[in-house]
Design a protein around this ligand. Structure first.
Ligand code: NAD
Length: 360
């Protein structure tokens, strides 16, 4: 059956990198029998400019109908002065919430060809392959009450609420245990159970779930220690599971172990395997429109879409092999460039992957 993909380029480099991903999907359809149809819509700042809203109803309706969503990135200085409730980022948070995309999968893989692009010593990061499973629809980002209020003495205070229900913890826990089962059967749950009651419950639920997964070794780590261990000895981790805010920070930290934020894809899944796929980086206004952005995180997001929503594991592996091949050939965008390599732009990198796809 033909699967529908909603394509939402968004803002800044989102437009450039998604264009390369669309070419990849078209190539997979034309030459490899992938049964898909694509439709584009506006989100983020581009949608604000056109409709006044970061997530227009039409875009949300398309995303709801689609089997998978491919997203570039949203945001930029042009919209920073707007009220927080109508900023481009609200479009993204709205999509995650409305589509119930509670499980964010962020692999941090260091391609051996890029070991020297990391700021850490090659021996610390060579062979790194971590999967961070971040809960995406709860926690302090969505908890109520929230706001800024004025106290009787005239001082203002800002407040947010960290909240997780037991079922919310259990469903993300099961996703993480299932993934750990398919990998090296090691799961590290990250919390701050020594200080925050909310994550004390998190730890209790993860420990209870572990009884259903006797083949997976569960460990617990406080988030401050996890942040430290990720730069000290990252290869000790295989799968990590954590809440929304800790996951936001740790996954960005993990991304830097791999040399560039431009290399890392992500998937956000609902309970039925529908997913939104996007690079972990933002709209990079500093390099937008210059044909220098690295499109590989987005192309690898297509590979995740093939694996997790379209159930085309062989095509997913083919895309990943093609990426590895272009790196072997020395193709590098500016963010991963090192001496002696061949510097290419966004479009050239996309084309190189398409050529390699046919040889992989
Ligand atoms: P960013 O990820 O856009 O950029 C951080 C740095 O990484 C910049 O120097 C940028 O040039 C570089 N970079 C990012 N992606 C790259 C790529 N593919 N190739 C090469 N270099 C790349 O983060 P920021 O600068 O903090 O945010 C810029 C805007 O993006 C803001 O409006 C922010 O709110 C938004 N944002 C959106 C998302 C999203 O849509 N998922 C995520 C993060 C930030």
């Amino acid at each position: 059956m033909t699967k529908k993909i909603a394509v939402l380029p968004g803002d800044g480099i989102g437009v450039e990198i998604v264009a390369e991903a669309v070419k990849l999907l078209e190539c997979l359809r034309r030459d490899f029998g992938l049964k898909i149809e694509m439709e584009q819509a506006l989100v983020g700042g581009a949608a604000i400019d056109a409709t006044g809203k970061p997530l227009p109803e039409q875009t949300l309706a398309l995303a709801r109908q689609a089997d998978a969503v491919l997203l570039g990135a949203v945001g930029g200085p042009k919209w920073e002065a707007l009220d927080i409730s109508v900023r481009p980022e609200k479009g993204l948070l709205g999509l995650r919430k409305e589509l119930n995309l509670f499980a964010n999968l962020r692999p941090a893989i260091l391609y051996p060809q890029l070991a020297s692009a990391s700021t850490l010593k090659p021996e610390v990061v060579a062979g790194l392959d971590i999967m961070i499973v971040r809960e995406l629809t709860g926690d302090i980002y969505f908890g109520q009450p929230r706001g800024v209020r004025t106290l009787p003495n005239g001082e203002r205070e800002g407040f947010n609420t960290m909240v997780y229900s037991e079922p919310e913890i259990e469903r993300i826990g099961r996703v993480a245990f299932d993934i750990a089962r398919k990998r090296n059967k090691k799961l590290c749950s990250v919390d701050k159970a020594n200080v925050l009651e909310c994550t004390e419950l998190w730890r209790e639920v993860m420990t209870r779930l572990a009884k259903d997964y006797p083949d997976v070794a569960l460990t617990h780590m406080y988030v401050d220690n996890a942040a430290m261990q990720l730069v000290r000895a990252p290869k000790q981790f295989d799968v990590m599971v954590t809440g929304n805010i800790f996951g936001d920070i740790l996954s960005d930290e993990a991304s830097m172990l791999t040399g560039s934020i431009g290399m890392l894809p992500s998937a956000s899944l609902d309970a039925n395997g529908k997913g939104m796929y996007e690079p972990i980086h933002g709209s990079a206004p500093d390099i937008a429109g210059k044909n220098v952005a690295n499109p590989l995180a987005t192309l690898l997001s297509v590979a995740m879409m093939l694996r997790y929503t379209l159930h085309e594991a062989e095509l997913a592996a083919r895309v990943e092999r093609a990426v590895s091949r272009v790196l072997d050939e020395g193709c590098r965008t500016a963010d991963i460039y090192t001496d002696g390599m061949r510097k290419v732009g966004t479009r050239e990198m996309g084309e190189a992957v398409l050529t390699a796809l046919k040889q992989s």
